[in-house]
Design a protein around this ligand. Structure first.
Ligand code: NAD
Ligand code: ZN
Length: 364
């Protein structure tokens, strides 16, 4: 027998900058041009964002003398699938996009996840720039490098890790969001407060009004802190071996609720219910103080988010759904639970705590 070893210990610098400010859409093409990142650009977006910002961005790319095409698909989670991915790829192939191209993901999390996944596999991987235009995308989906599409068997099941080359967050684009979309992002920001930053949590308690009046300074501040927290967590644990699990607070129960509602309950609403329920479990386990759970439910309610389980949902269904989740391990339900506002509990060096079904039943 002959044996040949292929040594592949690749250490690669995948660091990138997140820029937050006003009028960044206008700067973006010129900065990209100067960087020499690529020679041909595909702005991938959805129908809503195309009308609001896509056309103007395309014109700016053209003014900068960059060869650019815009590829838009109908807005909505329903389009985040393999078929849409193939359509985008086919358009790029028809227009002879090669390895010297880059993707610009302009839109919310649906666009970011899909365009990022296209970039991850197009000619085995090309760079992409995240240009998030929803609060969810700014504080969550555009950072961390997780890209994916949904399948009939579940959400985000097919995807890749692919870090963006840079992230441009233009806060002016957030002014056209409706309140419901602000709430969706706010649910994740509240989560960041609980898992990592008591100061952010208090800030939100005192400034909910200015969030909902779209005050740019307030939005910038919570986005910046959200990015710092997610960035730091991902930096320390890109592949979710331990620390990154804390980002799942509220999501273990939340995902089950979202799923069982047939996605009628939005992700933000579901994780709000999930945070309240998981918080209750933490209190019942003696890990967390009841009064802090009270602060959390008051903040969620103040943000217009629900904190109790819908009547029609059955506990056994919730538990069964949680067991099927890709985050459960060997049939045991793992949760991350707070110890205090700003810090999560650890046991045996792990943030993932095995939680008894009986505790879940009681809390739910
Ligand atoms: N990759 C990750 O780590 C990660 C993290 C969180 C969420 N996600 C994914 O993100 C998606 C949800 O993101 P989302 O809430 O941004 O959804 P979305 O992309 O569907 O955007 C919500 C709606 O807002 C519209 N919109 C976008 N920007 C707008 C603007 N500036 N003004 C007015 N309307 C605008 C969109 O057209 C859409 O109709 C889900 O698919 C979820 O799985 C991914
Ligand atoms: Zn989430």
């Amino acid at each position: 027998m002959e044996k040949i070893r292929v040594n592949l210990k690749i250490s690669e610098d995948k660091s990138y900058d997140i820029l937050i400010g006003e009028d960044l859409l206008r700067r973006l093409p010129w900065e990209i041009k100067e960087s020499g990142l690529a020679y041909k650009f595909a702005i991938v977006t959805d129908s809503t964002v195309e009308n609001l910002y896509g056309t103007a961005l395309l014109e700016e790319f053209e003014r900068a003398g960059l060869e650019t095409r815009i590829i838009a698909f109908p807005a909505g989670e329903k389009q985040k699938n393999r078929e849409t991915k193939a359509l985008i790829e086919d358009r790029m192939l028809e227009h002879r996009f090669g390895r010297d191209s880059a993707v610009v993901a302009l839109g919310g999390g649906v666009v970011g996840d899909m365009a990022g996944y296209v970039a991850a596999t197009y000619t085995r991987g090309i760079p992409y720039i995240q240009v998030p235009t929803t609060l969810v995308a700014c504080v969550d989906s555009s950072i961390g490098g997780k890209t994916a599409v949904d399948t009939p068997h579940g959400k985000n099941l097919i995807g890749a890790f692919h870090q963006p080359w840079r992230v441009y967050m233009d806060v002016n684009t957030l002014l056209t969001l409706n309140e419901r979309e602000i709430r969706e992002g706010l649910a994740e920001v509240i989560k960041y407060g609980v898992i990592r930053d008591g100061g952010l949590f208090s800030f939100l308690e005192q400034n909910l009004d200015s969030v909902f009046s779209y005050d740019k300074g307030t939005l910038t501040r919570i986005i910046k802190r959200g990015c710092e927290i997610k960035g730091e967590v991902v930096e320390k644990d890109e592949r979710e071996s331990n620390l990154r699990k804390i980002l799942n607070f509220g999501h273990t129960i939340g995902h089950a609720v979202e799923n069982l509602s047939g996605y009628k309950i939005t992700h933000g609403e579901a994780i709000s219910i999930g945070m309240a329920a998981e918080g209750k479990i933490a209190v019942n386990m003696g890990l967390w103080k009841e009064e802090e759970l009270g602060r959390l439910t008051r903040l969620l309610t103040g943000a217009g988010l629900p904190t109790s389980m819908p009547e029609y949902m059955n506990i056994q269904d919730i538990i069964d759904t949680m067991k099927l989740d890709k985050k459960s391990r060997g049939g045991k339900i793992e949760m991350v639970l707070p110890e205090t506002i700003g810090r999560m509990a650890e046991s045996g060096g792990s943030y993932g705590l095995k939680t008894d079904e009986s505790l879940i039943r009681d809390a739910v």
